[in-house]
Design a protein around this ligand. Structure first.
Ligand code: GLA
Length: 404
C-alpha cells in the first residue's frame, strides 16, 4: 500500500523526511536530553543524487550530481578532553573514541567519524574533543550517500569546534581519504565533493581531475524524483573494485593516465585493441563523460527533453556495457519512462541495487510519484521509496548564540 507523507511542500512515498525546522530541533533536543544544556553548533551535510555521470569519477572524468534536501545533522559542544562522544538518535546508542587513538577499528557508524578525525590529523589540521547528538533523514545504505553525508557533517563540525575556515574541496578530499583508507571503501570523489560543495537549486558539474565545479541551474519546469527500488547492493565492493581495475586496464592500453583522456573518436578508432569485456567497460566511461558534459550544457539552456534523452542513454550504457544495473532497477526505469511526464530516467550511483533518478515535468510530479510507486509495487512486490528532491546547499553550520 502506498502511504504518502507530505511535509513542507515535499511529496514522498515511504521513508519519512523531517520538516526543515524539525531537523535542527530534533538533534538539538536529543543533545539536550543526552548531555544536558544546549549545543554550540548544528552541523549539517546532505546526501546526493547523481543526475548523470556514473563510474566516471574514478576515471578522472565528469559527474553531474546534486545535493538533496535530506541530510545528516550533528549538534555539537566542545569538551575539555580529547574524546568524541556521540549519541545517535536514530540508533538510540552512544559511541565514543579518543582522538590520538590507535588504529584498531570498533566497527559500525562511528568509524566514519573516527576516519575523518584520523584524516584531519594526518593532514596536520587541528582536532578537539566534542560531545554530539546525531540524526539523519537521508536513508542509510540506499545509494544516496549517507556515509559521505556523515563524513562531511563530522568534518563541518570539527571545523566549527576548532574555529577553522571551511574549505569544501579540501574537506571533501579529506573525507574521501577517510572512506578509502580508514573505512576501506575505494570510492571516487563525487559523493564527498557534492555533499561539501552543493549549491541550492543547482546540480554541480564536477571535473573529477581538477576538482573544478560549475553550478548548473535545474530548470523551473523540471522536478528531480529519486526512485528507491528497495533492493540493496550486496557484494558491491568487489564488483566496484573489479570495474575500477578494468577501467585502469583499458587506460593502459590507450597509453593514458585515465579513461578521461580518451575521447569518443579515439575510442572508436582503437576499440579493437581491447578484449570484449574491457571494451564494453571503456565504452561506457568514454561515452558517459561525453553525455555528462553535454547534459550540463543542455540543462543550462533549459533543454529538459535533451537531458532526458541523455539520461536514457546513460541507463542503457550502465546496464549493457558497464553491467551494474539489476532487474528491479531496469523495471523502475521502464515504469518511469512509461509516464508521459517523464523526460528521462536512469539508475544512479554505484548500481547493483538502490535508486533510479527521473527528470519529470514539475507540474505532473505528484501524479508521477504516485503512479510509479503503485506500478512498481504491483510489478515487483516490493514497496518502493519515492522522493521528490530539491537541490540543496552543501555542508553548513549554524552557531547557536544562547543555551536555549
Ligand atoms: C559510488 C562511489 C562514487 C562513484 C559512484 C558511481 O557512489 O562512492 O565515488 O564512483 O559510486 O558513479
Amino acid at each position: 500500500m502506498v502511504s504518502l507523507s507530505d511535509s513542507m511542500g515535499d511529496l514522498s512515498v515511504g521513508y519519512p523526511k523531517d520538516g526543515i525546522h524539525a531537523k535542527g530541533q530534533r538533534v538539538r533536543d536529543g543533545f539536550r536530553q543526552r548531555f544536558g544544556g544546549g549545543p554550540s553548533f548544528i552541523a549539517r551535510a546532505p546526501g546526493r543524487v547523481n543526475l548523470i555521470g556514473d563510474h566516471t569519477d574514478y576515471n578522472d572524468g565528469f559527474v553531474l550530481p546534486m545535493a538533496i534536501d535530506r541530510a545528516v545533522w550533528l549538534a555539537l559542544r566542545i569538551r575539555d578532553d580529547r574524546r568524541v562522544v556521540v549519541h545517535s538518535l536514530d540508533f538510540s546508542e552512544d559511541a565514543s573514541f579518543a582522538l590520538d587513538q590507535g588504529t584498531a577499528r570498533q566497527g559500525g557508524w562511528v568509524e566514519y567519524l573516527r576516519g575523518v578525525a584520523w584524516a584531519l590529523d594526518e593532514a596536520g589540521r587541528p582536532t578537539s574533543g566534542w560531545g554530539g547528538g546525531a540524526a539523519a533523514d537521508v536513508p542509510l545504505g540506499a545509494g544516496l550517500s549517507s556515509s559521505a553525508a556523515l563524513e562531511l557533517a563530522t568534518a563541518r563540525g570539527f571545523a566549527a569546534i576548532t574555529g577553522v575556515i571551511w574549505q569544501p574541496v579540501a574537506m571533501a578530499r579529506l573525507a574521501q581519504r577517510a572512506e578509502n583508507e580508514w573505512v576501506g571503501v575505494n570510492c571516487g570523489i563525487m559523493d564527498q565533493l557534492i555533499s561539501a560543495a552543493g549549491v541550492s537549486g543547482h546540480a554541480l558539474l564536477i571535473d573529477c581531475r581538477t576538482l573544478e565545479t560549475r553550478a548548473v541551474s535545474i530548470p523551473d519546469q523540471a522536478a528531480i524524483v529519486v526512485l528507491d527500488t528497495g533492493t540493496r547492493r550486496g557484494l558491491v565492493d568487489s564488483a566496484y573494485n573489479e570495474r575500477r581495475a578494468q577501467c585502469e586496464a583499458a587506460a593502459r592500453v590507450f597509453g593514458v593516465t585515465a579513461l578521461r583522456d580518451v575521447d569518443v573518436p579515439t575510442f572508436v578508432a582503437r576499440e579493437n585493441e581491447l578484449d570484449a569485456t574491457t571494451r564494453k567497460r571503456a565504452r561506457h566511461v568514454v561515452t558517459e563523460d561525453a553525455r555528462t558534459v553535454q547534459a550540463a550544457e543542455l540543462l543550462d539552456r533549459g533543454d529538459v527533453e535533451g537531458v532526458g534523452a541523455l539520461m536514457d542513454e546513460s541507463h542503457r550504457s550502465l546496464r549493457d556495457d558497464f553491467e551494474v544495473s539489476r532487474p528491479e532497477l531496469d523495471t523502475m526505469v521502464a515504469l518511469a519512462r512509461r509516464e508521459t511526464s517523464c523526460f528521462g530516467a536512469r539508475m544512479t550511483g554505484a548500481g547493483f541495487g538502490g535508486c533510479a533518478v527521473a527528470l519529470v515535468r514539475r507540474e505532473d510530479a505528484e501524479a508521477f510519484v504516485r503512479s510509479v510507486a503503485r506500478a512498481y509495487g504491483e510489478a515487483v512486490g516490493i514497496q518502493p521509496f519515492v522522493y521528490l528532491c530539491a537541490a540543496s546547499e552543501g555542508a553548513s553550520v549554524e552557531r547557536l548564540t544562547d543555551d536555549t
